[in-house]
Design a protein around this ligand. Structure first.
Ligand SMILES: NC(=O)c1ccc[n+]([C@@H]2O[C@H](COP(=O)([O-])OP(=O)(O)OC[C@H]3O[C@@H](n4cnc5c(N)ncnc54)[C@H](OP(=O)(O)O)[C@@H]3O)[C@@H](O)[C@H]2O)c1
Length: 269
């Protein structure tokens, strides 16, 4: 698969490295375009692929053109590529908030996949949600699914509206998790645990619980009840969380992220 990456930053590198390690493409079939000379040198050295500072040159012969630049650079990048892409080239955008209509209009191009990965993609443990325009062929859907799948799990949805919802749950989700761990560590330290011990306890507890949920196939509510004996320590803690409106706060946070994603994508509020 001939792939061009427009933007070789954190996510661009995560995608190309996953693509190479899963054997979906070879270094000689990948070109990365990035304005940053240091990034170009790093990617060429690390992966032995072609690099350029010219987005048009990078995308010229590619079957898949991955857009992995920041949202604030999208307008200039689209202006540079507009009218340059052949109808058969697949554009795969991972740019948060960039709607298919914006991409299609800005690039004068209709064959588009819009995806929302998350940061664990950097270690192959991500989850991506994606959708396509009607012009994307079955074969191209296969390419998109395998590129995104190389970074972890992927879920295809048939309506773009789910992308903004996924952004609020899985896109921003790693930050919720890290904040929860930070708070748990701080709380552990406040009752006297050494910081390093508190951090290991908190992280291993989260990881182990996640794996338990995945492997047991049981719903989280059931697993929660299994740790919560009536009148016990967990019940006491959960009571405090409930009193502080924990679930309600999470709901509000996710809704705020969702509304922000819609707003960034130009949806009326
Ligand atoms: N990180 C996440 O969790 C996550 C999750 C889902 C989606 N995304 C999306 O992924 C995209 C990339 O994020 P990132 O964290 O990888 O950003 P990043 O590390 O800043 O990478 C973007 C790269 O593109 C370069 N660039 C800027 N303007 C360019 C241009 N005109 N032509 C070519 N390259 C250009 C940047 O160079 P300079 O640094 O010199 O500007 C940078 O090296 C974003 O749109 C983000 O919304 C990120």
């Amino acid at each position: 698969m001939k792939i061009a990456f427009i933007g070789g930053g954190n996510m661009g590198e995560a995608m190309l490295s996953a693509t190479l390690s899963k054997g979906l493409s070879q270094p000689q079939a990948i070109t990365v375009s990035d304005v940053d000379e240091t990034r170009r040198r790093h990617l060429k050295q690390q992966y032995g692929l072609a690099v350029t500072g010219d987005n048009r040159q990078a995308s010229d012969k590619a079957e898949v053109v991955v857009l992995a630049i920041k949202p604030q650079n999208l307008t200039e990048v689209m202006a540079g590529l507009s009218g340059q892409l052949k109808p058969s080239q697949l554009v795969l955008s991972i740019i948060a908030g960039a709607r298919i209509s914006t991409l299609s209009h800005g690039l004068s191009h209709n064959c588009i996949v819009r995806a929302m990965p998350n940061t664990p993609a950097q270690i192959g443990e991500g989850i991506s949600v994606w959708t396509t325009t009607a012009e994307v062929t079955k074969r191209q859907q296969g390419w998109a699914g395998s590129i995104l799948g190389a970074m972890g799990r992927e879920i295809y949805v048939d309506d773009e509206k789910y992308l903004d919802m996924a952004t609020a749950v899985s896109g921003s989700g790693p930050a919720y998790f890290f904040l929860f761990i930070e708070a748990l560590v701080e709380a552990g330290v406040s009752i006297g645990l050494p910081g390093a011990v508190a951090q290991e306890l908190a992280l291993e507890t989260m990881l182990g619980s996640g794996h338990l949920m995945q492997k047991s196939g049981k719903p989280p509510s059931e697993l929660r009840k299994m740790v919560t004996s009536p009148g016990g320590t967990t019940a006491e803690a959960l009571l405090q969380l409930e009193r502080g409106g924990f679930s309600d706060l999470i709901r509000q946070a996710v809704r705020a992220a969702y509304e922000k994603a819609r707003q960034l994508g130009g949806e009326p509020q």
